[in-house]
Write a protein that binds this ligand. Structure first.
Ligand SMILES: NC(=O)c1ccc[n+]([C@@H]2O[C@H](COP(=O)([O-])OP(=O)(O)OC[C@H]3O[C@@H](n4cnc5c(N)ncnc54)[C@H](OP(=O)(O)O)[C@@H]3O)[C@@H](O)[C@H]2O)c1
Length: 399
């Protein structure tokens, strides 16, 4: 009996290796939910690294609770505070710090839950150093998709999605031939204004725009969900992630957010992935794929859900989705410029300097004035993003 127990322990130690995991953007909505998932899978994951932009208070709490080996903070003030509070902890600063953490030899998995395309730097560093990367940071994929996917193939690396729609497609496509796909159907809840008339868009406040009906998210993605720019970014993300032509990617409004996306095959079959809307499920999928474990997510009671509805997108009220399709068709630096312009426009809306209705107008203006670079290098994308951010800010200030 005793020997048997020893054998079981030995088997466990040999076969179930603890994964050292770094959560980039641990203080955000996806970051905190990732920590919740990791807490429920304590036997598999050890929190090795945590990072934030400036939220020292939350990071301090997380350090005390998860006892990481390395912490990174972008802002200088926060860095000084943390150094004082935790003199024996390895604390790094800035993008360089994020890259150092992502390449650490003892690290196995990097979760990228940063908002904004600067998340590309630690992502590439992790890939080059053979880490498994689970990515929520769609802006980095939108802006640097081609380069990112080339690096993945070159390094034979594993990139797993965390975005719920992309996770749904990943599950529907798993072990199936992409050649057999007729279309990928991304679902969209439609955001808070799906039933609001165009003339009432003028009075939309920041508070209205960040109140999503089905998902609790960070402010930037909540506004992007309200304009449907977020769905546009997911179209671009799907295009790069699965190497599927843009003409095969469709969007339908599905207000219940139970079906997270679907794949339609040549024979007319449609596979869908369903669950209650809870980001902890796609996060856990990204962390544990191809295995499955019990989760803290509620089971979906379809009788209570009662109905699943589908509607087409009204492109007149939500022009941002169309901008994403054109950006992929135009290619080169255009998706990066759309993403950078949107980052500034949303920020200006959140700070009260731009009405909600003018976000699409600003994006159209910037795209029209951009001089596209085909097959851009990494540096050319960085330059185009810089140009787009300055041009967007100047345009809004002149309005
Ligand atoms: N939330 C969702 O349900 C959801 C779903 C699918 C995909 N995503 C994607 O996941 C990413 C994160 O979204 P979120 O909603 O979790 O955002 P969030 O709540 O705003 O959190 C963003 C995280 O990134 C950090 N951060 C911000 N700017 C940074 C910078 N320049 N450099 C390094 N770190 C920075 C923040 O630190 P501070 O806290 O210190 O500011 C925070 O930890 C986005 O790309 C989003 O599109 C989110």
């Amino acid at each position: 009996m005793h020997r048997c127990r020893v054998n079981v322990i030995l088997w466990f130690l040999e076969n179930v290796k603890m994964e050292n995991i770094a959560i980039l953007g641990s203080t955000g909505s996806i970051g905190t939910q990732t920590l919740d998932v990791v807490s429920s899978l304590k036997d598999r994951f050890k929190v090795y690294g945590l990072t934030a932009n400036r939220n020292v208070e939350k990071l301090r709490e997380q350090i005390k609770k998860f006892n990481p080996e390395i912490v990174v903070i972008i802002e200088e003030t926060g860095y000084k505070e943390l150094k004082k509070d935790f003199p024996n902890l390895k604390i790094l600063r800035g993008i360089e710090g994020l890259c150092e953490l992502a390449g650490e030899s003892r690290l196995d998995t990097v979760v990228n839950a940063i908002v904004g395309s600067s998340g590309i730097y630690p992502t590439l560093e992790a890939i080059k150093n053979g880490k498994k990367v689970a990515i929520a940071n769609k802006e980095a994929i939108v802006a640097y998709g081609e380069i990112l996917m080339e690096e993945i193939s070159r390094n034979n690396a594993t990139l797993l999605p965390i975005d719920s729609e992309v996770v749904a497609v990943h599950q529907c496509l798993h072990n199936r031939n992409v050649e057999d796909v007729k279309s990928i159907i991304l679902t969209a809840s439609g955001g808070p204004f799906i039933n609001v008339h165009k003339e009432d868009f003028k009075s939309i406040s920041v508070r209205d725009a960040v109140s999503h009906p089905t998902w609790k998210m960070g402010k930037k993605i909540s506004v992007d969900s309200a304009t449907l720019m977020n769905k546009g970014f997911e179209v671009i993300e799907t295009h790069f992630f699965f190497r599927v032509g843009i003409d095969k990617i469709k969007v339908v409004i599905h207000p219940q957010s139970i079906i997270h996306s679907m794949v339609e095959f040549l024979d007319g079959s449609i596979l869908a992935q369903m669950s209650v809307p809870d980001m902890r499920l796609p996060i856990q999928y990204g962390l544990t794929f191809p295995e499955r474990f019990p989760s803290r997510v509620e089971f979906c009671n379809l009788v209570e859900v009662e109905k699943l509805e589908f509607k087409s997108v009204d492109s007149d009220r939500f022009p941002c989705l169309g901008l994403a399709y054109s950006a992929v068709e135009d290619g080169g630096t255009v998706p990066a410029v759309l993403n950078a312009a949107d980052e500034v426009a949303v920020d200006q809306f959140l700070t009260g300097n731009l009405p909600f209705t003018e976000i699409p107008e600003v994006l159209v203006h910037i795209l029209k004035n951009h001089r596209k670079v085909d097959r851009p290098t990494f540096d050319e994308i960085v330059q185009s993003e810089k140009w787009a951010k300055t041009a967007t800010l100047n345009f809004i200030r002149q309005k």
